[in-house]
Design a protein around this ligand. Structure first.
Ligand SMILES: Nc1nc2c(ncn2[C@@H]2O[C@H](COP(=O)(O)OP(=O)(O)OP(=O)(O)O)[C@@H](O)[C@H]2O)c(=O)[nH]1
Length: 345
């Protein structure tokens, strides 16, 4: 599963941008024809024609490629400008200003809460000035028009804001559920894949550790599964606190993978040793009990071009070696590392 699939905002905005461009492209074409050939309103007609072309271009772009972050913003600004110009140029009774009420929804859905808020605020301010400078608001009584416009715009604005804020919150919660191990609050395998494939751009001096608790089954057997769970939570916390760079992930029951970028043999080995010695000398308090544990660690240097699976496998082989040779130790294949250094030089 790709982590991008979890970004519901991106998926929503991609679809919205595409279909709004299509709908507005058709609408703007109809208005262009109407204003150029029936209404003789050339200035607005030409603007609408240009806007229709832009809409169809963006529709086609969004159909075939990932949209650029500025595209939704530009679309919103264009629509806003058209509605403001239309309100300014046309008489009030044409009803063009009514489009104002659709825009906060569009801004919030396409741009999110912050930009949506500022554009909605800007729009209402400009439209108020434009309407106030109109020679006549006929056929509407002035006070009625202002009151109805203000309250209906405010209602739509508030609803759009609440909807988008809740959607963003919900989406973030879902993403956390999918990426974090609920017991230890450490990233899971999906988060590890994303970290390796997307976040870790420079992997040249990357070191990978696979860490496994020794005889953890005994803890479960002796103290029960709940105590075992609490021990895992404590271990994960210690790992996160000890790692001053890189990231830790829970990859299995009592197994963690740690990534240390921009490192070298001495430093990564020292980090692994610090973790091992630190855990060995830390008695984990669970209720009134104190539990002592040791860990075995397999350490491997990342080989250029290796997939995540291959990189983890190399560290796993070292872990196996560490377990085979008495546990509570760190194993690192220095020969493989020397070969890698020779290759690089
Ligand atoms: N409490 C708890 N136990 C777990 C969890 N996931 C896996 N385990 C336990 O971890 C233990 C792993 O046991 P083994 O694979 O035999 O490994 P070990 O006892 O640590 O021995 P070595 O790894 O060989 O040193 C099993 O008893 C699992 O039930 C979990 O989420 N919570």
């Amino acid at each position: 599963m790709d982590i991008a699939a979890l970004d519901s905002a991106q998926v929503l905005r991609e679809n919205l941008l595409k279909w709004i461009c299509f709908c507005f492209g058709i609408l703007a074409s109809v208005f262009t024809y109407f204003n150029l050939f029936i209404n003789d309103f050339y200035s607005l007609g030409i603007l609408e024609g240009v806007f229709a072309i832009y809409c169809f271009y963006t529709f086609n772009y969004a159909r075939t490629r990932k949209f650029q972050t500025w595209q939704p913003l530009l679309l919103c600004l264009c629509i806003m400008l058209l509605v403001i110009l239309g309100t300014y140029l046309a008489v009030v009774k044409s009803g063009l200003f009514v489009w104002t009420f659709t825009l906060p929804v569009l801004f919030y859905l396409l741009l999110g809460c912050k930009r949506g808020f500022y554009l909605s605020l800007l729009l209402v301010c400009v439209q108020t000035v434009v309407l106030m400078n109109k020679a006549s608001l006929a056929p509407f009584p002035e006070l009625n028009l202002y009151l109805n416009m203000s309250f209906s715009y405010l209602s739509i604005w508030v609803i759009a804001h609440i909807f988008e804020a809740s959607r963003a919150q919900f989406s973030e919660r879902l993403e956390n559920l999918a990426l974090f191990d609920p017991l230890t609050n450490t990233g899971n395998r999906l988060a590890m894949n994303h970290y390796f494939e997307v976040e870790l751009v420079d992997k040249i001096n990357l070191f990978i550790m696979v860490l496994d608790l020794d005889y953890f089954k005994k803890v479960n057997d002796e103290f029960g599964h709940d105590v075992g769970d609490q021990v895992l939570v404590e271990i994960a916390t210690i790992l996160r606190e000890t790692l001053n760079k890189g990231r830790a992930f829970r990859t299995g029951g009592e197994e963690f993978a740690l990534f240390i970028p921009d490192s070298n043999q001495q430093e990564s080995y020292q980090i692994a040793e610090n973790i091992r010695v630190g855990l060995q000398s830390t008695a984990i308090n669970v209720g009134e009990r104190e539990i002592s544990l040791t860990v075995s660690i397999g350490l491997a240097a990342y080989r250029d071009g290796d997939s995540l699976k291959q990189a983890i496998k190399a560290a796993d082989e070292q872990l196996y070696y560490a377990k085979e040779h008495g546990r509570n130790n760190v194993s690192f294949d220095s020969q493989q590392y020397s070969a890698k250094l020779e290759q690089v030089s």
